[in-house]
Design a protein around this ligand. Sequence first.
Ligand SMILES: *[C@@H]1O[C@H](CO)[C@@H](O)[C@H](O)[C@H]1NC(C)=O
Length: 363
Amino acid sequence: MLFFTLLLEVIWILAAEGGQHWTYEGESRIQGLPLPLSHWDLFTCREDFFRVGPHGQDHWSASYPECGSNAQSPINIQTDSVTFDPELRPLQLHGYDQPSTEPLDLHNNGHTVKLSLPSTMYLEGLPRKYVAAQLHLHWGKTGSLGGSEHQINSEATAAELHIVHYDSDSYESLSEAAPKPQGLAVLGILIEVGETKNPVYEHILSHLHEIRHKDQKTSVPPFNVGELLPPRRDQFFRYNGSLTTPPCYQSVLWTVFNQRAQISVEQLKELHETLFSTEEEPSKLLVQNYRAPQPLNQRIVSASFIQVQSSYTTGEMLSLGVGILVGCLCLLLAVYFIARKIRKKRLGNRKSVVFTSAPATEA
Ligand SMILES: *[C@@H]1O[C@H](CO)[C@@H](O)[C@H](O)[C@H]1NC(C)=O
C-alpha cells in the first residue's frame, strides 16, 4: 500500500514537471491521418514518460490555459479588413545599429535559435519605452512553402523573425513583464526567399553549426541588428496579441511589417537542416517551429498605411481576363458574320442588277 502511494506521488511529480513540455505537431497539420508514433511522448520524451498523449499545438491549452484564450497570436492579417490609423508613426529604433561592444549569446533552446540582446537597444513610439531582450526565428521544413507564423491575406512566407522587447518603464525584466497586459512589444518580420545571400542574416545563420543540439550556446560578434528589418519600416500592422509559444501570455503589442526581408535559398536551407531539437542521439531536426494562425475574434488590426494594391485577387483577375478574351472573340465573330451577310447581300444585289440589265443590252 505504501509502495503504491509512493508510486502515485512519483507519477504526480513527474506529471507536474511534464507540464513544461510542448511540441509543435498538431492534428490540424496531419489532417485526418492517424497520429504518427513520434507524436506520442511515451516514445520521444523521457521527462514525460508518464504522460502518454500528444503535446502538439492543438493541445497546448490543456497544460497552458491561456493558449486557448481569445486574443492569441499569430493571426492571418486580412488587408481588406484592417483599419488605417494615421496616428501610427514609424517606431524609432535606438541602439540597433551597434547594439554593444560585447559579443551576443546565441542559444539553441530546442524550440528555436535565440539571440540575446542588450538593454542599450530600445523602442520609442509606443505608449511606453520598450527595451530589447532577445530575437528568435520561426521556420518550416525543406520542401514546404510555409514557415512564418503571421500571414498576410492567407499567405505565409518561408520564415519569420521576432524581436522581443519589454516595458522597462513598468517592469524590471522580461520575465516580470511577460504575463502583464501590454508588458511586451514584439516586432514581426516576414522573411521570404530572394535572389541573393543576405549578409546581415548571415551573422546569425553562419553560427548555427556551433549550436546544433538543444541547450548549446555560442557567442556572436555584435552587428547591426536594425538591418535585419525590411527597408520600409513606416508600413506596418499593429494589434494586441500573445506569445506564440506556451504559456501564450496575451501581453504582446504586435508590430508586423508589411514589407518582407529576404534571404537566399541556401540560407533557408541552413535554417532547415542545421539545428536539432534534441540534446543528443537520436537527433531530431528542429523544423516547422511555427504556430498556426489563431482566430482574430473581436480584435482590430490597425495599419500605418493605406493599401494601394488592387482590390482584385489573382483568381478574380484571371476570370476577368478570360471574360474579356471570350467577349472580344464573340464580338469578332459577330462582326465577321455581319460583314459576310452584308457582302452576300451586296453581291446578290449586283447579280440582280446584272440579270435585270442583261436583257436590256441584248435588246
Ligand atoms: C490594445 O489594447 C489596449 C488596451 O486595452 C488598447 O488601448 C489599444 O487601443 C489596443 N490596440 C489595438 C491596436 O487594438
